[in-house]
Design a protein. Sequence first.
Length: 335
Amino acid sequence: MTILVTGCAGFIGYHLSERLLSMGQEVVGVDNLNDYYSVSLKRDRLKQLTDQKGFLFFEGAVEDQAFVDGVFDHRDYRAVIHLAAQAGVPYSLEAPREYIQANVVGFLNVLEASRVNSIRHLIYASSSSVYGLNESLPSDASQTTAHPMSLYAATKKSNELMAHAYSHLFNLPTTGLRFFTVYGPWGRPDMAAFLFTEAILNDRPIDLYNQGQSRRSFTYVGDIVEGIVRVSERIPEPDPAWSATDPDPSRSSAPFRVYNIGNDETVELERFVNVIETAIGKKASRNLLPARAGDVESTAADITDLERDVGYRPSTPIEEGIERFVTWYRDYYGK
């Protein structure tokens, strides 16, 4: 049967759809092709998919209930992988209502349609940003995430809470994946790898917030996709050892799981720039700036649970991943 991928023209959604199609799966993709960043880039990703056998595309927004219900009525889906969302921390300070509509109302529509259609497994995108003010590193999915630092993070935390309610009330198996900074070919133009590469190749200085001292669990997109595929094949079950007096927020007495998915090796932003400079063969000029509102200083993924449950471990060194990204960028933009 078919797998539904929302946000299929997005960065991760595109790569995931490619991988599923290469495995012989039929994929129904959904995307609204909004203008948060280059629509032409999204359409070019989408063209790589629409040219392949087994792919069907519906254009529309997940916050439109009638649209979502129509997509779910179209097929019997083996799994739903919900990646559609309004992304980005800085933009959530400018357009908060867009985040509530896309990330909260949109997720409710997907949850309801999954319930009505008895979906066997709903996998959805959360974010490492949910850890917020919690500075205990590495971040463990069993830690508290009650203090988000941005509305974007708050919407992702709300997704986890909403998913648990549906898992508990309706026995809907749900798995949330907290993505840690993803990069790679066809990447988003608002992310560090793209911004730095573009600036260096066009002889512009790069902006390094927090004086370039922030650390991130940069994770190659192919490694993320491998993890999603593995998780999709492991339907969560109630945990008989879960304690209501000492509750672990990453699991439950309901069919519910939350995992970190990312690289458990962190990289300082300055080193990330050095790797890009080496791949391009050109030095960058730097603007050292204070931290931005809503940004966490460091992320570090504890992936012990994911490694134990599905054998997940990222395998792409940052030098190799950045080389692939720079090669794609130069080819795509003719630089």
